[in-house]
Ligand binder design. Structure first.
Ligand code: CTP
Ligand code: MG
Length: 235
């Protein structure tokens, strides 16, 4: 069973504020995308990384990858992305050569995920799960609200799910390749994670332990945290 990773990196990073596309911004001097690709290539099981670049940024991303050494065993491809994350993932899947039957989908915006988490996801797919997501228990209690029509207005609470039963999901998410391709052909709703498409097919999705360092760089404060983690690792 050969394993490939699709890395959606085509987002603008609106919540991070003005600047280059998020995946191309530097963390301690190295583009976030390069950290993310290295995190995937750190797994001995991963032999191909498909990077989904900003729509007009594929040549720039290709030369960026050429300039940063990857392990001998790891090939890479670069394809242009789409308007939504879901579309970008589908464009990455379309570029996958035939001889891979496990595919991981990993956000470029999670540059610091440890290799043990990557390997645990791959292991669970090899053990037969059609979809595997790393996730962590929540620190905050979560409330469902009736969203306000005007920003900043107060919002009525609808429900409070039991915190102990909730998990915050991360990436890489791992899939049986044929199942993920079928999900992309069948599910038309907008989704914010890949595994929820598998749930919509009625198939079982399992959670394995995630890692605090697999957090998503979303807002400016996350850049401070990411650079502090890298400094602790001396990178
Ligand atoms: N992504 C993508 N194609 C899109 C939108 C998002 O490949 N059209 C990718 C991002 O590059 C990122 C991952 O999906 O690696 C997770 O998305 P998110 O953290 O929301 O990143 P952005 O969409 O770039 O950020 P924002 O929502 O703040 O604009
Ligand atoms: Mg987004």
């Amino acid at each position: 069973a050969r394993t490939a990773v699709v890395i959606p990196a085509a987002g603008r990073g609106v919540r991070l504020g003005p600047g280059a596309p998020k995946a191309l911004r530097a963390l301690n001097g190295t583009p976030m995308l390069i950290h993310a690709v290295r995190a995937m290539a750190a797994s001995r099981a991963v032999s191909l990384v498909v990077v989904v670049a900003p729509p007009d940024g594929a040549p720039e991303v290709k030369s960026m990858l050429d300039a940063h050494a990857l392990p001998e065993r790891t090939d890479f491809l670069v394809v242009p992305g789409g308007e939504t994350r879901q579309e970008s993932v589908r464009l990455g899947l379309d570029a996958l050569p035939p001889d891979f039957d496990i595919v991981l989908v990993h956000d470029a915006a999670r540059p610091l995920v440890p290799v043990d988490t990557v390997d645990a996801v791959i292991e669970a797919v090899r053990d037969g799960a059609p979809a595997v997501v790393p996730a962590l228990p929540l620190a905050d209690t979560v409330k469902e609200v009736e969203p306000a029509q005007t920003p900043g207005a107060s919002e009525p609470v609808v429900a409070t799910p039991q915190r102990a039963r909730l998990r915050a999901v991360q990436t890489p998410q791992g899939f049986d390749r044929a199942t993920l391709v079928r999900a992309h052909e069948t599910v038309t709703d907008d989704v914010t994670d890949d595994a929820s498409m598998i749930e919509q097919l009625g198939l079982g999705v399992v959670v394995v332990p995630g890692h605090e360092e697999a957090f998503k760089v979303t807002r400016p404060l996350d850049l401070v945290l990411a650079e502090a983690v890298l400094a602790r690792r001396r990178l």
